[in-house]
Design a protein around this ligand. Structure first.
Ligand SMILES: [Zn+2]
Length: 339
């Protein structure tokens, strides 16, 4: 069977496919990052394209349609995603121009050609938008037109980690279908089966999202997170310039850095207000030590939300990291005792 569901997805799948005939032409799959929405979406797309009679239970995996889909060349399937944000090598040695990290209106125009053609196999034409919140405003408006007047047979699966960032007009054109984050016991069991040692700790680091936790147990960026957390846990000896330069050289992704900082600040504020640690239980000693100085951190947390929004923009990473860490130090200094 292709695209097996994760253990926590069986019930939602049955719910969705139980009345497959009633499904609207556009579905919006929502839920936290790292819970397996993409696999669910792929399975759904595959089963819409599958040519076996049992496709509502699962795509058969052996018909022509399923084999093309698995090979990534089914003619009636498109993925709309941001282009690879890695810069292309340039021929003349100049700094390469970055491709867009967003879904742009040009992408939507190309999609129009696909959507408006009749299906090669006479069945559905399926478009997967992943992640949907990365459509810029112009793209979202252009896409809305496609959603409003869908050609016969066109079906859309939108996947979003942050669906509230979508245009309300797009949301209202879709059936919103939330996918669950599993309870920790179920997630930990699955992680154990994947060979993860200490699954509950990795789940905490990842806010309970099992695929993110799997990543957390083996990601190549782990030493960088350790370094950053060591730094912010010891503000008195935090060398902002050195860390920023080092992270910039290593091209540590800004989205990761902001994510680690957001979780750290969340824990500091949580500890100071309720003695609670959500993400970094392995750092509770440092959290307890710094929590009395957390009064100004909620404002810094707002700053991080903005930084997260801008993290995919091509800003100067080194200056950006420096500014964030200096703001963090200033927020700590603004409250509680000076060191
Ligand atoms: Zn099939």
């Amino acid at each position: 069977m292709s695209y097996p569901l994760y253990p926590w997805q069986g019930e939602p799948w049955r719910q969705l496919m139980g009345n497959a005939a009633q499904l609207p032409h556009a579905l919006l799959l929502t839920g936290a990052a790292g819970i397996g929405k993409r696999r669910f979406a792929d399975r759904l797309a595959a089963s819409w394209l599958c040519e076996s009679p049992d496709r509502a239970i699962a795509p058969c995996g052996v018909c022509d349609a399923c084999r093309w889909f698995a090979a990534g060349n089914h003619p009636d399937f498109r993925v709309l995603a941001p282009q690879d944000p890695e810069p292309e090598p340039s021929e003349d040695g100049k700094p390469a121009k970055k491709k867009s990290a967003l879904i742009t209106v040009d992408d939507i125009r190309e999609l129009g050609d696909f959507v408006n053609l009749s299906a090669h196999r006479g069945g559905a034409r399926v478009t997967l938008v992943y992640p949907a919140e990365l459509m810029n405003t112009a793209a979202a408006n252009a896409f809305l037109k496609t959603l409003e007047e869908p050609p016969q047979g066109a079906r859309f699966i939108l996947v979003s980690h942050q669906w509230r960032r979508l245009l309300p007009t797009i949301r209202s054109r879709c059936r919103v279908f939330p996918l669950p984050t599993p309870v920790p016991e179920q997630a930990a069991q699955w992680l154990g089966e994947q060979g993860v040692v200490n699954p509950l700790l990795h789940l905490a680091h990842s806010g309970g999202a099992p695929l993110a936790a799997l990543d957390d147990a083996s990601a190549e960026w782990l030493p960088w997170r350790t370094k950053l957390l060591d730094g912010v846990a010891n503000p008195g000896s935090l060398d902002v310039l050195a860390i920023a330069a080092e992270f910039d050289r290593a091209k540590v992704e800004m989205t990761l850095i902001v994510d680690w900082l957001q979780k750290w600040v969340h824990d500091l504020v949580g500890y100071s207000m309720a003695g609670k640690v959500r993400y970094y239980p392995d750092r509770s000693e440092a959290l307890a030590r710094l929590a009395p100085r957390a009064a100004q951190l909620p404002r810094f947390a707002e700053r991080l939300i903005e930084a997260r929004r801008l993290a995919t923009h091509p800003l100067n990473a080194r200056l950006n990291i420096e500014a964030l860490l200096y703001d963090y130090l200033a927020a700590l200094k603004g409250a509680g005792e000076r060191r």
